[in-house]
Write a protein that binds this ligand. Sequence first.
Ligand code: UGA
Length: 475
Amino acid sequence: MKISIVGAGYVGLTTAACLAEIGHHVLCSDNDQGKLALLQGGKLPFYEPNLAQLVAKNHQSGRLEFGSTELGIDRSEAIFICVGTPPLNNGEADLSAIQTVAREIAARARGYRLIVEKSTVPVQTARQIKRELALYGSNELDYEVASNPEFLREGCALEDFFHPDRIVVGVESKRAEEQFREIYRPVLDQSFACPVHAECRSRVKPAFLVTDTNSSEIIKHASNSFLAMKISYINLIADLCEASGADVEKVAEGIGLDRRIGRAFLRPGIGFGGFCFPKDLQAFVRIAEKAGCDFSLLREVENVNLARVPKFIEKVRQELWVLRGKKIAIWGLAFKPNTDDIRFAPSLAVVKQLVDEGAHLQVYDPEAMPNAKRQLTGVTFCDDLYSAARGAEAILILTEWEQFQRLDWERLGSLLHRKLVIDGRNMLSPSKEQMAAHGFEYVEIGRGSQASEPAARGTGRTANKMDAPKAVPIG
Ligand code: UGA
């Protein structure tokens, strides 16, 4: 099918490359000429594992082109709107870019078009787009506006596209439903050569859910908010575990074994970030408010998340006492691993707070340094994780990059001024014994038995004293 993707951001570009890979002819456009030039020159405006190769392959084969939105509108049967919906000051999504595209389509398109909103939008946006088309479209334009939310995660977007749990489409006609079946057929049947894995992990056929547009729009916001709620919930439980001598990882395992709950998204830490959860949560609360529904539950999810950074800073203070003048290594800046995205990353809030308090930070992230350099001042950017550790009194882990797991403890120990790791993601828990053997102190989130006295240093034990929990009586 001839498909046009408007918006070459994260969602648009990934969708464009993947749709081309499964056989469609895709034209991807963007109003940022610089971005288009970059793409035409074979470069990506952001980092996503395996995407550069997929774009290059399909660009070379001619199935993926970059060009103007006008051209895309003229020659496509389906137009996917993938433009940004950033937050306004009041938390609502700014839909001006969506309106602009709707008017462009109205002004140019003739004949039938399936117009798909893929960007995350408030409920009833499809209805608004339809109104624009009715008001400004030509009489020769025949169309259906449909919703097809994306559930891709940064860092594993290709895997999520090719092996999704579900594909949701909000449509008003059988014709549009059939078009979507046609577009996604290889994914629905799992009948394509997987470009990500030579031996494909999963060949489970995804569910195909057909709804009305309003429900489809709500599914997207409700999914993200639910996942955010799970994270805040486990973070609250982590606080309780810490205060009462319990172990949040065991608790997460225990509750996650219930299939109704599940183990996913129960990783405690410094909180969720990125360009989706924080903004979608706020937008969803505003949507509900406007509809007269009380979503204070989700406001609390946000409040719990906002409290994660100050709590983590407090943990650092407990370990290091005075922060002014302390040399501290920061490992990880991206809001999650396998991306260079630092938007709304809790790590940035941690860094800014520590800099304000006068700490000397040596920071390192495998991918996010160029973006971080544009935002952070007063820190030393380091070339690798070992340089960041040189002379530091603690390492703070803020993003769980896999490379932070493959460490030369001997070398690391010799570089540090104090062998202390404060792990904001609990990623080094499996290495605890190894760390202890090298004389490291290790502080985690939500492990109540943590003891921070230097007495544990060099004794072959971690700072976690399972036999002597420092439990605070409750109540
Ligand atoms: C999220 C959703 O997972 C996707 O399904 C959705 O398509 C996407 O938003 C979107 O709306 O575009 P993403 O923001 O890429 O994807 O990242 P996640 O893997 O969901 O992580 C979000 C944040 O939650 C990260 O900061 C991560 O560190 C944090 N997190 C995640 C936790 O703190 N604990 C967990 O257990 C899981």
